[in-house]
Design a protein around this ligand. Structure first.
Ligand SMILES: Nc1ncnc2c1ncn2[C@@H]1O[C@H](COP(=O)(O)OP(=O)(O)OP(=O)(O)O)[C@@H](O)[C@H]1O
Length: 280
């Protein structure tokens, strides 16, 4: 079964449209969701959760449309949005008590394990937490109710590199169970490159690509060459380029460029940035 399926999803706001989005996230996989500020990532995640209403299209989470799914399915969806939504005067242990009443699937032992692992204080009220501490609490809650899918909107922003690395390990551990999956938006593309199986890129509300990370990294390379060498290349081999003082840097399809030219590995960030420079 797929963790997430989106078919022909559209939503229009005054001055912005998310158009005809199609995404499939198989179980056992992590999908990174990337795009510039205002591309439509949070809108998509809110649409998936049915927090806002879609204009057209189909969305299935764990095989069900959340518009008419019962409470059961929601117990298995872990969500972290980019701001904390817990009452600020409560401590982690008070949150624990509340969650026990909200989720039949609440696993107190697991929650406490994460509280220890993330070094979160037992009694301090959340209002006195740092931003990173609030994020860690939200992630622990998302993981502690037998979630089968995590929907994460900028869940690691504001965390330092050491904590982020620790959280990425927690995510990798989570998908060891092949029934589980993760859909995560982030501007920290190097993090996504480390853990994701699929990368989905949207730009101005439109899907640019949604593909296995390894396919993207195998297909593209960064060519560094002189202007003369660049002019000699088949234009269909070039996805985007920039000129600088010493020549040209271009994102190219590896199999369309002759072997004698030096092609370096392209990062996901390169692939994203050069797609935006297409034809320039
Ligand atoms: N409730 C709303 N009413 C009108 N426009 C909205 C509303 N919510 C979002 N938008 C618009 O939708 C567009 C996409 O916003 P969204 O928050 O989905 O982007 P994003 O990709 O998550 O950006 P960021 O990386 O900055 O978080 C923006 O132009 C935003 O102004």
């Amino acid at each position: 079964m797929n963790g997430l399926e989106i078919r022909n999803l559209s939503k229009t706001y005054d001055g912005f449209s998310l158009e005809n989005l199609n995404i499939t996230l198989p179980s056992g996989c992590i999908m990174g969701f990337i795009g510039e500020n205002g591309a439509g990532k949070s809108t998509t995640i809110k649409l998936i959760l049915d927090l806002i209403s879609r204009d057209t299209g189909e969305i299935k989470v764990l095989g069900k449309d959340l518009r008419n799914a019962g409470k059961d399915i929601k117990e298995h969806i872990g969500v972290v949005l980019d701001e904390s939504c817990f009452p600020e005067n409560l401590s982690q242990q008070e949150i624990n008590k509340i969650m026990k009443n909200i989720y039949r699937t609440w696993d107190e032992r697991k929650f406490n394990k994460y509280m220890q692992q993330f070094s979160l204080p037992l009694k301090k009220p959340i209002k006195d937490y740092s931003r990173g501490m609030k994020m860690k609490l939200s992630i622990a809650v998302a993981l502690a109710h037998d979630s089968k899918i995590l929907l994460l909107d900028e869940a690691t922003s504001g965390l330092d590199p050491i904590v982020r690395d620790e959280i990425l390990d927690v995510f990798l551990e989570f998908i060891q169970d092949e029934r589980n999956s993760i859909f995560i938006s982030s501007h920290i593309i190097s993090d996504l490159e480390k853990i994701c199986d699929y990368i989905t890129f949207i730009h101005k509300g439109k899907l640019v690509f949604s593909e296995p990370k390894d396919d993207l990294m195998d297909s593209y390379g960064v060519l560094k060459c002189s202007e003369e060498e660049f002019k000699a290349i088949d234009t269909t081999a070039v996805k985007g380029y920039r000129k600088h003082k010493f020549g040209v840097e271009a994102l190219v399809y590896r199999n369309k460029v002759k072997d004698s030219l030096l092609i370096e590995k392209a990062s996901i960030e390169d692939i994203m940035l050069f797609h935006l420079k297409e034809g320039k």
